[in-house]
Design a protein around this ligand. Sequence first.
Ligand SMILES: Cc1cc2nc3c(=O)[nH]c(=O)nc-3n(C[C@H](O)[C@H](O)[C@H](O)COP(=O)(O)O)c2cc1C
Length: 181
Amino acid sequence: MKILVLTGSPHHKGTTAYLADKFCEGAVEAGHEVHRVNTAKIDVKPCLGCDYCRRNDGECVYSDDMQKIIPYLLEADGIAFVSPLYYFGITAQIKRVIDRFYAVNSKLRSKAKKTFLISAGSDEEAWAMESIKLHFRTMCRYLNWQPSGELLVLGAATREDVEGSIYSQEAKVLGMEAFYK
Ligand SMILES: Cc1cc2nc3c(=O)[nH]c(=O)nc-3n(C[C@H](O)[C@H](O)[C@H](O)COP(=O)(O)O)c2cc1C
């Protein structure tokens, strides 16, 4: 199976990059084909909402790195969204990419995909993850995608808080068992 992993942190070796490493490790061990994109490192402009794509068969006014991601997006059997918690949601870096789904919206809605959410934040209380979880599930519901696993780590301010922890193992298992359920 093909899995697209979208990470969203400016910390290239941070908490969520580590969890993404583990998820990918598990997925590769299970024989899946993984394509990983760090949305913080690429040039993807925020959607203008101009609707040009709607009038021009999905073509965007921008010619940027989104063009490289779209083929993987359309082909993926699974997509993992991996973002640190920023003000109780995903980061602007990954949201920018999600908003550009708009150009291929109907194509995305017509192919079933399994989806995964991995996030980490420094807060300790469970309510801190409620809005990111709800956003993810709502987006998947709209896109006809199947939320198939969530790993939401509280009390994780830095990579050291997750390295070698139970969450490291859980991220790996999520990748390994991505298509079991
Ligand atoms: C701009 C910003 C906003 C943040 N907002 C939250 C938040 O709302 N809740 C939380 O628990 N942690 C928050 N954090 C902490 C990060 O989620 C946490 O440090 C995380 O481990 C960073 O992951 P990374 O190394 O993958 O970027 C925030 C950090 C930054 C820089």
